[in-house]
Design a protein. Sequence first.
Length: 622
Amino acid sequence: MSYIINVEGQDHVVPCVYYFESVCVFVQDHCHYSGEVEGMEDSSVALSVCNGLRGVLHLTHDSFGIEPLNQDSHQDQDSGQHLVYRLQDVTSQPSGCGTAHHDDHGNATEHAQSGPEEIPHRPHTRRKRAVLHQTHYVELLLVVDNERFNFMRQNDTAVREEMVHLANLIDSIYIQLNVRVVLVGLEIWTQQNPISIEGGAGEVLSRFTQWREKELVPRRRHDSAQLILYVHLKTHYVTFLKEDLSHGGGINAFPNNHVSSFASIVAHELGHNLGMNHDDGRECACPNQACIMHSGATGSRDFSSCSADDFEKMILSVGGSCLLNVPRPDDAYSAPFCGNGLVDHGEDCDCGSQKECESDPCCEFGTCRLKSGAECAFGECCHNCQFLPGGRVCRSSSDECDLPEYCNGSSPLCQSDVFVQNGQPCRNNEAYCYNGKCQTYDGQCQAIFGPKAKAAPEICFKDVNSKGDRFGNCGYYNYGYKKCESRNALCGKLQCSNVQSTTVFGIEPSIISTPIGGTKCFGVDFRLGSDVPDPGMVQEGTRCGENKVCMNFECRSADVLNYDCDLQNKCHGHGVCNSNKNCHCESGWAPPFCEFKGYGGSVDSGPTWNGEEPQRSRGVEG
């Protein structure tokens, strides 16, 4: 099936590949499409025909939206009349990423930018990056608030179709970075919102990320969760920027039906989760006046060269291993089709288009079946169309609080990523493990200022963070900075000493030096906007006292980490508990309880040896 869409007097042929029977009973069959404009390189199309034709066409030099002329909530949308418009021409409420500013009295306030500013840009150039040759996968979970559900007349089918379409649009945007966005879950708050959405955007985000960690993370594996709000926020969208995606979430205001332009907003927030910063004030190559990561951009299709650099830097610096997990077929929320480049339910492989499949030695085009003699076609444990042997490391440990995973010899996929259970003491009992990292003040200072930096004395934290300004605070409250109480000072803005003159973070921040008690206390403010919490804050999970840990800018009892591992009785003193609360054994001891001799590892890690050659160095070192 093909559509002929006339844009500015020129017909564009859009051949569509339809989905097979939907695996989700609430979403209509054969109504979500993706592809490219026939004969046009670097084009992409994402369409839905569930209730009228709607979607986006990203052409070589411009992007257009199409939707039924009648926007009255799914009623009478088969009349044939549709509106085609430039995405950049869409007008809406002023929106943008909030930035922190100060009034004449020195108080912090937030404001929303009304649109893109005039920024210098060079002609757009597409340069190949080593990291972009490898496909990365973002497992996206969408949460729709009760007000948005009511706005859609409490029609959960309409909401589901809209969100699947939204995810399809976001995926079409990220393909240019060789990133696939896969919708793995959808939650609709049909009764009431389980969190308050009152107050500033930063406060709402804080509540959502806490709810996500408590409620969503245990239920569904995902990389990023985005809350879709109907309410008008003063700042229309806000997100967490975290290198390890442990707080990968954002909130997005969606007070209308313009899904096409809204997809650009969610793509912007997801970009922050992936390490991308705003383009504002940077020398970026962008084909338009503003690209996706401009603080006020709407409707843009393109990522700038700065965004590609930021993403590459994040992958190279912290590994991005969670983005290499190929989503399992049963995890995808949307309906499958052969040729989308994702291995869907019932497929052995999916090499994409006919042109893409020409260079794939393992997978057949059009059938999504393995070629004769091939055992696999993708995955960290697949090489030359054959399974790698069991015991081969497929994801190495990146920190003393991280754990390695191994191929099992019968699957192309690496085992799911696990790490040492949160709350396990590390660094000679001076810190705690948290989400796979040993969180220390020294380590955080070194990440910003280089290897010679170290934490400043406690008096620096108490003095500077009591001020409640952008260089010393405990987060946001009522559109301003929150002063730290003395007991929470170690969980506010990070204070360092023995620093270099410049940072190694990659972005030039504002640096303040405060002399206190014969020492200089250094703090930073990256001015990334209130939609991106400052990396210069103390990280959650940092030990702030005896049996105490930083959580949400407060120094709380370490009991909040729910650490319950009895190393001696459960793991017999020969291992640690992992994030699934199973023992990961030292080399020389066998799972599941490290009670008998063996080769280390856990029931979650995959085998640490291949049955022939023991790999004694592959367990946890004692």
